[in-house]
Every structure is written in structure tokens, then in C-alpha cells.
Design a protein around this ligand. Structure first.
Ligand SMILES: O=C(O)C(=O)Cc1ccccc1
Length: 301
């Protein structure tokens, strides 16, 4: 982390330079933070500390859906204890097919990218490169970097990356072969801003929040297993008792031993009135303190 300004806060993003996460963070915070690339989404969460208080992670895409890797990490008890969601931002995502200079479509037999980008270009790939093998990478820009520096397991002159055109200004010897290859015309990805601690002051953002929101995680508690309190989550009862606007629900397998028990993520919004949002949330959380059920606030903004 040498070369970083000791005063300016640092922000971890899924690197290398040139990813969509990097662009989304820059759109929010510009030069008011120092950017620290991390290899994976998990590494972004794990790196959060007093020295590296901020991060950004992709959360959902309007054509390919939830970013599973992010939701799986949100099951970690550290989220909601030491690390928190502090906001969200949306980036319009326009993918390019990037190759080593001179490579033609018919030369390509491997397409490298982040799984989300491969999914967002599925129809394009089926139409124009049906013979190519798809190779998931840690990020879109890391696919481009591997082709540029020749560290792919494949012949870099037979590879293409799906990524932003920005990578051609970051890594040498690359060019855009085809532009705007995403399947959905209005392809957008939403990101969560994450922080170490729940109430550190965030640097000024160019993006103002649309409404007051929060993210809750709920599941049957691990401790209740095998006891009379080990119930199935009564989801309808829980949502009614919360009495908040439910903006989205995601579901992932729980990490504990009971089979087919899930963790639910509820993104909730303020339904109006004069009560401050924090107060409204703590009242809602009190209404859902049922034995055997855990409800954790993962962040509010
Ligand atoms: O790999 C990236 O560039 C990311 O930031 C993750 C991602 C991938 C595809 C669309 C949006 C975000």
C-alpha cells in the first residue's frame, strides 16, 4: 500500500485497474479516496480494516441477476458485526470483445471473463462464437491482463476477453474487436459500498441516495438445531411483522448442518412517516425477535 495518501481514505475493489467495480467506485468517490485492487470479491471483504475502511462489490445485474459470490460472502457472521453495507450505486455496463492486436473472430477459441460478464453476453457468444470455450476469471480486467501479458493457460492469440474498452488503455497490445456485445440493451450492474464499522463517515459521494434502505439477513439459528425451537422460518409472518417496504429478496443455502435450510437477504425501504430511519429499523428488528430465528442488520443507508 506504499504511495497512498495517509489522509485520504482507501477503498478496496475487485481489480486489476479497469474493472467495472473500479469504474463504479470512481464514479462515486472520484479522487477523494485511494483505490486498492484486490484479486477477488472475497478478498475485498476480507481486507476491510481500520487501514482500509472502504470497499465496493458487485451485487446484481439487471440481465444476469444476483452476484452469487457476493451473497455467499454476506452469509459470513463478520458482515453485520465488523463490516457493513453502507450504500449502493448503479453502473451502465457496456461490454467489448477485446483481443491481442490483429486477432480476428475466426482465430478465437477461448473467451475469458468474469462469470457475470459471460452470462450477460450469452446470446452474443452463442451467435458469433458458438465453438469457443468459456473460461471464468476473477474479473473482467484480469481476463484482459492475462491475454496482454501471456499468462493464460491458452495461446493468447486464440483468446478474447469480455471487458470494458478501458482495459486497452491499461494493458499493452490489446484492441477492441467488437463493441457493445451485451445481450440486454440497458445492461446495468448495481454495487454495494461496504465499510469496516457501521458509522464511520463516508467520503463525499457524487451519487445521492434515492431512498433510505437497509439489508437484513435472516435464517434459523445454528444454536436452535436439535431443540424444540428449531423451526422453519415463517417468512410471511416475518415480513408482515417487519412492516417495511420489501425491495428485494435473495436466498442462499445456509452454512449450517441442517439440510435445505436457507439464509434470506431482505433489502428493505422506508415506507415514510416522521420516525427516523434508524429508529424505525430497530423497532422492526424488535418485532421479529422470535426464538430460534436470527435476524441481523447488515447495513443501512
Ligand atoms: O469483473 C469486473 O469488472 C467486475 O467489477 C465484476 C463485474 C463483472 C461484470 C459486470 C459487472 C461487474
Amino acid at each position: 500500500m506504499c504511495g497512498l495518501d495517509p489522509i485520504r481514505p482507501t477503498l478496496a475493489f475487485l481489480g486489476p485497474v479497469g474493472t467495472y467495480s473500479h469504474q463504479a467506485a470512481y464514479d462515486c468517490f472520484g479522487n477523494s479516496v485511494d483505490y486498492v485492487p484486490k484479486q477477488t470479491i472475497q478478498a475485498v471483504f476480507r481486507s476491510l480494516s481500520l487501514d482500509l475502511p472502504l470497499g465496493i462489490v458487485p451485487q446484481e445485474n439487471n440481465t444476469h441477476g444476483s452476484v452469487i459470490e457476493t451473497y455467499d460472502i454476506l452469509r459470513d457472521p463478520a458482515i453485520g458485526q465488523s463490516n457493513f453495507i453502507r450504500g449502493s450505486t448503479i453502473l451502465a455496463v457496456r461490454h467489448c470483445l477485446v483481443v491481442r492486436q490483429g486477432v480476428k473472430l475466426e482465430n478465437i477459441d477461448h473467451v475469458l471473463s468474469h462469470g457475470q460478464a459471460l452470462g450477460q453476453c450469452r446470446s452474443f457468444l452463442a451467435r458469433l462464437l458458438p465453438w469457443a470455450s468459456l473460461v471464468p476469471t476473477d474479473s473482467t480486467a484480469s481476463a484482459a491482463e492475462q491475454i496482454s501479458n501471456g499468462t493464460t493457460a491458452f495461446d493468447p492469440y486464440r483468446c478474447a476477453a469480455i471487458c470494458s474498452s478501458i482495459v486497452t488503455t491499461v494493458f499493452e497490445g490489446l484492441e477492441v474487436l467488437l463493441d457493445s456485445i451485451q445481450d440486454g440493451e440497458a445492461n446495468s450492474t448495481r454495487f454495494y459500498i461496504v465499510s469496516h464499522g457501521s458509522d464511520s463517515t463516508l467520503p463525499p459521494s457524487r451519487i445521492s441516495p434515492v431512498r433510505r434502505e437497509a439489508l437484513l439477513r435472516t435464517s434459523t439459528s445454528q444454536e436452535s438445531h436439535g431443540t424444540s425451537e428449531c423451526k422453519r422460518l415463517n417468512f410471511v409472518k416475518l415480513i408482515k411483522a417487519l412492516d417495511l417496504e420489501i425491495l428485494r429478496v435473495d436466498r442462499r443455502p445456509a452454512l449450517h448442518a441442517l439440510t435445505f435450510r436457507d439464509v434470506y437477504f431482505l433489502e428493505v425501504g422506508d415506507i415514510g412517516g416522521n420516525t427516523p430511519w434508524s429508529e424505525k429499523l430497530s423497532q422492526a428488528l424488535q418485532r421479529v425477535t422470535y426464538p430460534g430465528i436470527e435476524v441481523t442488520l447488515l447495513g443501512k443507508w
